[in-house]
Design a protein around this ligand. Structure first.
Ligand SMILES: Nc1ncnc2c1ncn2[C@@H]1O[C@H](COP(=O)(O)OP(=O)(O)OP(=O)(O)O)[C@@H](O)[C@H]1O
Ligand SMILES: [Mg+2]
Length: 596
């Protein structure tokens, strides 16, 4: 005979709900602090003992709870925040279920002390006994949670060490403090204060607060931006890709002030960073997305960590495009994209003289025949045809006495670094890394535009390969064409390179072919290759870059500096390493203990 159906006792109902809402001490803190925020608090104090298991106390200066409502606050499905389905569909508060306090109270010893403005004193409600008594407390609310899971030993067993549990609490409080710069937060563990943040009114104060919560290094490396379109706003800080981390531990994303860990969001951010991050590295960011609450459903996950966007595609694209743009603009400060004519013109030092004949810059293995086009691959403007021939003077005359952002080259150090002087002081450039990025961006632009220009070799280069590689090359004739290369099979195990991309005309054809072949082998059939074409282009860009120990003339160095200034994402090479750095006069003075 089947068991009869009965209603569950309310304590058990709450304990079941607590199974979803209260996973560990940190989840209690999250719920209590969110309640304080919903109450309009400007100051929130969190006090914890023994990793939260012994005591968690959250005090705020919010609007408090009316005496008669105190018992309701602890009963299930009682809330002051939502009254109708319409409310539920446009939630602006953190809470809406009326579930947190009763759930927590069912697995701990909880008391609630609260005072509303205008009332003579506070009231204290003891959840276990139901006793309600006058108490001393300023306007606002304090919730005390003692002996978490004392009556649910099975759950208690899942708790980790005091240190681990407190670590989670600290993380939660930090995340909430990041979300609400206008609120002061304090956190103490076992009587020791961990941090106290003051309200931050302007951006400078917010960045000081960020430094306190996430470390100085983050703020130093972070780019601030704000962008609004189509009713969506994204603002916040992203760390330059060079500040990437080995773990995804500095990723803070808020949707209408609520911290979320959302797949769609994470994916959009990752994609925006794809081009500028080492494989396996994680970006660092604090980002705030604001949109009409109607367009986002927060009622999809028990801990509200996930959300559902009504127009997921739109939100994804907005996040991706915005960040992509922010990262693309990461180049020397105030770098106005130079008119193509400026870069095509001889460098300022030789403005009136004809450009000197310059040696080839690529791998420098063989001398380049004189009729190979522009003297320097990197001096060629990205789109030479765009230069208007009819406007000679006004647009094309470079400003002589204005120092460009990266300044002018002074010297080359050990064939690796370029030293340049700009307005702020000294600029150091890793010439290989910088050139690699420039070549890569140029390849991408060419491929998306008119296609990668190919340059026939005067003497084809024959390369011995394995039969498998020969077949691969044959099967990928189209891919090679797309890459600006022409590779023919000459025999069972022989290939001939007949043309190279014009940008790589000085590259070592044999090594380039071998590298591209190994990429092709890795990416398998040709459709995958097209998806991975940027990675192949990155491989090729590496071949085009100036090697260490190549002597550059001053003009070549200046040309490289100008190219960095107008190339997107030029702050990092294709692997996410920095390409240049600035040492200001102040920093140099400090090295020499010079007072200024
Ligand atoms: N710190 C506080 N200050 C003022 N009122 C509070 C505070 N904490 C709780 N309350 C009141 O108690 C009610 C119940 O809180 P509880 O957290 O259980 O539910 P909720 O916040 O409405 O929804 P959710 O379960 O989604 O958190 C709230 O709706 C609010 O009216
Ligand atoms: Mg709540």
């Amino acid at each position: 005979m089947p068991a009869r159906i009965r209603e569950l006792p309310s304590l058990l109902v709450n304990q079941i709900a607590a199974g979803e809402v209260v996973e560990r001490p940190a989840s209690v803190i999250k719920e209590l602090v969110e309640n304080s925020l919903d109450a309009g608090a400007t100051r929130i104090e969190v006090e914890v003992q023994q990793g939260g298991v012994k005591l968690m106390r959250v005090s705020d200066d919010g609007h408090g709870i009316h005496r008669d409502d105190l018992p309701l606050a602890l009963s299930r499905h009682a809330t002051s925040k939502v009254t109708s389905l319409e409310d539920l569909e446009r939630i602006a508060s953190m809470g809406f279920r009326g579930e947190a306090l009763p759930s927590i109270a069912s697995v701990s010893r909880l008391s609630l002390i609260s005072r509303e403005a205008g009332s003579e004193h506070a009231w204290r409600l003891d959840a276990d006994s139901g006793d309600l008594a006058p108490a001393a407390h300023p306007v606002g609310t304090t919730v005390e949670v003692r002996d978490l899971f004392y009556n649910t030993p099975a759950r208690r067993k899942f708790l980790r060490t005091e240190k681990t549990e407190f670590g989670h609490i600290e993380q939660v409080v930090r995340r909430l403090a990041l979300a609400r710069p206008e609120v002061a937060f304090q956190l103490a563990h076992n009587g020791r204060q961990l941090f106290a943040t003051r309200p931050a009114a302007d951006r400078a104060a917010q960045e000081r607060r960020l430094a306190g919560l996430l470390g100085e290094a983050f703020v130093e490396q972070a780019l601030f931006f704000e962008h609004a379109a189509a009713g969506l706003t994204l603002r916040g800080w992203v760390a330059r890709p060079t500040f990437s981390r080995s773990q995804a531990d500095m990723q803070h994303f808020y949707v209408n002030g609520r911290m979320v860990r959302d797949k769609l969001v994470t994916h959009a951010v990752r994609q925006a960073f794809q081009d500028v991050l080492y494989h396996g590295r994680h970006p660092a960011y604090v980002l705030f997305l604001e949109l009409d609450p109607v367009l986002v459903d927060v009622n999809v996950h028990p801990t509200k960590h996930e959300v559902r966007f009504r127009e997921g595609r739109l939100v994804h694209d907005f996040i991706f495009r915005t960040l992509h743009q922010v990262l693309a603009e990461e180049r020397p400060a105030a770098a106005e994209p130079a008119a193509p004519s400026v870069s095509a013109a001889p460098p300022p030092a030789a403005a009136s003289a004809p450009p000197p004949r310059q040696p080839g810059l690529g791998l420098g293995v063989r001398e380049r025949p004189a009729d190979y086009g522009p003297a320097l691959a990197w001096q060629a403007p990205p789109v030479p045809a765009a230069e208007p021939a009819s406007e000679p003077s006004a647009a094309s005359e470079p400003e002589r006495d204005e120092v460009p952002p990266l300044g002018f080259a002074l010297a080359q150090l050990h064939g690796v670094y370029i030293l340049a002087q700009n307005a702020a002081g000294l600029v150091l450039v890793d010439m290989h890394a910088a050139h690699e990025r420039i070549t890569y961006e140029r390849f991408k632009a060419a491929r998306e535009g008119e296609g990668i220009k190919s340059q026939p070799l005067l003497v084809p280069v024959t390369v011995e390969v394995s039969p498998r590689e020969a077949e691969l090359a044959e099967a990928h004739a189209d891919t090679f064409a797309e890459l600006g290369m022409q590779v023919d099979r000459m025999g069972e195990q022989v290939l001939a390179v007949r043309a190279l991309p014009a940008l790589l005309r000085d590259a070592d054809a044999e090594r380039l072919l071998r590298d591209v072949l190994s990429d092709l082998a890795m990416y398998g059939e040709s459709r995958r290759v097209l998806e991975s074409i940027n990675e192949v282009l990155a491989t090729m860009a590496c071949h085009g870059s100036v090697r260490a120990n190549r002597r550059l003339t001053r003009e070549e160095m200046d040309a490289l500096l100008r190219d960095i200034e107008r190339t997107e994402r030029s702050g990092q090479c294709n692997h996410g390493r920095p390409t240049w750095t600035q040492l200001s006069m102040q920093e140099l003075d400090r090295l020499f203990l010079r007072g200024r």
